[in-house]
Each structure stands twice: as structure tokens, then as C-alpha cells.
Design a protein around this ligand. Structure first.
Ligand code: UDP
Length: 381
């Protein structure tokens, strides 16, 4: 079969690879001039630092299959994300752990004592937290919530944490020990040569053709037996029901001769600091040495038409609109909607890879059951 994949990010690359290995011909287009979507990395020409061009991406997973898969295509080096936050004039360790608690409250609590202490601050009347704020008040209490989460979240999402789902905060652990690893997954690392090299290697297959700088046009789909769409779900339908809300990010780049902040990610919890965090990219590759440094001040705002969509907002009104688009998608034969933008979800990279592998498998099973066979040797249209 001749397959068109729109978008050369992780979803498109993994699905394309699975299909190509099964004998199908894949044409992958991307409007941008690089592969890897928002996990694109490139070396800064001035300093040689490997830049996470669209913001920090750290690969972490509990999924052995996904870990094995990405290690087929890139050499991963150990990396542990140790985030700090500046709030109320002081620097603290994140995610909230025993050091954070003891520093913040000026205590010397041991794990059991800290657990009891935080429990005494938590609002235990909230039995089933539904919103971000309820989740925070239930698990860390008002002081830590105000210092670390309220202002940051207002800046990041542009709305009150009372409007956001608890699931956003559930991404972060609270620990009653000194473990300051941001993620708790078994496997965590960074591809030594960056994500773009990894995605290029996934795409390096004789039955895959990649065309960059190539926006989608509907006539391309007519020439294909099946389309995988990893662009925005509403964009496929020309936004005919309205636009799904996204947050976009602006990065203010600056350089520094030396070590600017001593860590990869410094969050800013205070509402009156306009940016959410500063990332210093050379610290994402701790095995490299660079004299100079490149940092991004990261600002979040509502995405306008033409902006790069980053985070799906998924408030109540978006969810209603999403349901309508999902219905349209289900009534669109021959097109499979995939990935963060195609399914309008906040997806980590490991989940993206797992879902891409499963989608490829499901779709190929359906083709086999329908009697469609791979077209070995035929070039893509
Ligand atoms: N968050 C916060 N303060 C922080 C870090 C995170 O309030 O210092 C909240 C914020 O709402 C954010 C969410 O927790 O959107 C999830 O954080 P994560 O670090 O997973 O966000 P990402 O790196 O994906 O932007």
C-alpha cells in the first residue's frame, strides 16, 4: 500500500518505520524544514551546545519495550532531571521532597514526621480532588501550593488552577525522602546526539521517503491508500467547528559566557516574574563541555492562528468541541489521527512511541483482515 504520513515527528516516524518494515511504502511530509517535531534538537552554531529548540524534552519511561525501541535508533546516555524553583526570594528543590519541605518550613523533619506534618496542613475534607487546586490543597496544603504551584500554573495555563483538571498536577510526585529526581520511571536518558538524529535514524529505511518544507494539500491524500495525520485535529477539518485551544511558548534566547544557573531547569513560582522557567541547554548534555552557554526564558500564552501549538488546554468548552471533532474524525475513512496534535492530548514522548507502535499494528491488522497486501517494490506515488 502507499501511505501518506503528515508530520515527521515521533508519531509519524515510528508509524512510518513499522509500516515500511512490513513492506508498505511511506511518504512522510512535514511543513517544517526538520524532522522530529517539537522534540527537534540542533547544535547552536556559536557555542556548540545541543539545543532543545522547542523547549526541554527528557525521555523517561517504565515501558521496557519503548525503551528498547528508542535504544535501537540512538545511543542514550544517563540523564536525571533535577529541577529547581525560585520562589519568594529563595531557591528550592523540586519536585516537592523532604529537602523542599525542610527548607521551606525551616524544619529538620524525618520522613514520617514530614508526612504527618504535611498531612496536618492538607485539606483532608477534599476526598476526591477534581481540580488542580483541590489536588494541591489535598496533597501539599496551602503554603507549598501558593509558593510553588499557584503562580506558576496561572502563568503556564493562563487561567485559575480552579479551572484546571487535577490530572495536570498528578504528573508531579510529592516525596517524603531526599530523592529529587523529577521523574520516577525506571528508564531515563537523553539521546547522545539529540532527538533529531534519533528520528532521522528511525526514518532511515528504503521504503520511507521524507519531504521537508512540504505543507499538506488534499490532493496528496487522493494519491495515497491511507493517511496518518499527526497535525492538529481541528486543522485537518479546516477549523470548521472552531479552534481547539492551545498554549504556545515564546522563548527569549540569551547567551552567557560560563555557567548561568548551574542546572538545566530553573522554575519561577512567583506570579510577578513573567516567565515560567529558564532552561540552560548545555546542562541537558552533562557529558559535553562547553565554555559558552545558551538559555531560554520561557513564556506561555494562548496560541493564536499561526503560532506553534504546544499544550492542549482541555477545559470544559474544549472538551465539548473535541468530542465533535472526534466524531468527525471517526466518520473520515482512510485517515488515522495520531499523536499529541492529532488526538489533542498532553502526551509524553514514551506514550507517543507506545501509541504509535500500537496504532501501526492495529491499522495493519485491519488491512490484513480486509485483504490489503503490502506492495513490495512499487514506488510511492
Ligand atoms: N507546575 C507548577 N510549578 C512548577 C512545575 C510545574 O505549578 O514548578 C505545574 C504546572 O501547572 C505544570 C504542571 O505542574 O503545567 C506539570 O508540570 P510538568 O513539569 O510536568 O510540565 P511540563 O514540563 O510538561 O511543561
Amino acid at each position: 500500500m502507499n501511505i501518506l504520513l503528515v508530520g515527521a515527528g515521533l508519531s509519524g516516524a515510528v508509524i512510518g518505520r513499522e509500516l515500511a518494515e512490513a513492506g508498505h511504502h511511506c511518504r512522510i511530509i512535514d511543513a517544517r524544514d526538520h524532522v522530529a517535531g517539537n522534540c527537534h534538537t540542533e547544535r547552536d552554531p556559536e557555542t556548540g551546545v545541543m539545543m532543545h529548540v522547542y523547549g526541554p524534552h527528557i525521555f523517561h519511561t517504565d515501558d521496557q519495550g519503548v525503551w528498547d525501541y528508542v535504544n535501537r535508533f540512538a545511543r542514550f546516555l544517563p540523564f536525571q532531571n533535577r529541577v529547581k524553583t525560585t520562589a519568594q526570594g529563595r531557591v528550592y528543590s523540586l519536585p516537592v521532597n523532604l529537602l523542599t519541605i525542610n527548607q521551606f518550613f525551616g524544619t529538620t523533619l524525618r520522613p514520617d514526621e514530614a508526612r504527618a506534618f504535611i498531612q496536618s496542613k492538607a485539606d483532608t475534607r477534599i476526598s476526591d480532588p477534581r481540580t488542580f487546586e483541590e489536588q494541591a490543597l489535598r496533597f501539599v496544603g496551602p503554603d507549598l501550593y501558593e509558593a510553588f504551584f499557584k503562580g506558576y500554573t496561572e502563568k503556564q495555563w493562563g487561567c485559575s488552577p480552579t479551572q484546571l483538571p487535577a490530572s495536570i498536577l498528578q504528573r508531579l510526585p510529592v516525596r517524603f525522602n531526599y530523592d529529587d529526581n523529577y521523574f520516577f520511571h525506571r528508564f531515563q536518558g537523553m539521546p547522545a546526539e539529540g532527538y533529531t538524529a534519533m528520528v532521522q535514524s528511525i526514518l532511515d529505511h528504503p521504503r520511507i521517503t521524507v519531504q521537508l518544507g512540504t505543507p499538506y494539500s488534499p490532493d496528496m491524500a487522493e494519491a495515497a491508500d491511507h493517511v496518518f495525520w499527526s497535525g492538529p485535529l481541528d486543522g485537518y477539518f479546516d477549523y470548521r467547528l472552531g479552534r481547539l485551544g492551545y498554549r504556545t511558548l515564546d522563548f527569549e534566547r540569551f547567551t552567557y559566557a560560563g555557567d548561568y544557573q548551574g542546572c538545566a531547569v530553573m522554575n519561577y513560582g512567583d506570579r510577578d516574574v513573567p516567565y515560567t522557567r529558564i532552561t540552560e541547554h548545555k546542562h541537558f548534555s552533562p557529558w559535553e563541555t562547553h565554555e559558552g552557554s545558551v538559555c531560554y526564558r520561557e513564556y506561555s500564552r494562548e496560541a493564536e492562528p499561526g503560532d506553534i501549538p504546544y499544550y492542549p488546554i482541555r477545559l470544559v468548552q474544549e472538551k465539548a468541541l473535541l468530542d465533535q471533532y472526534v466524531q468527525l474524525a471517526q466518520q473520515t475513512p482512510g485517515v488515522t489521527f495520531v499523536g499529541r496534535l492529532g488526538t489533542y492530548r498532553y502526551l509524553d514522548m514514551d506514550v507517543t512511541v507506545r501509541e504509535a507502535l500500537e496504532t501501526a499494528n492495529t491499522v495493519m491488522t485491519a488491512w490484513r483482515e480486509a485483504g490489503a497486501v503490502p506492495t513490495f517494490g512499487k514506488s510511492p506515488s
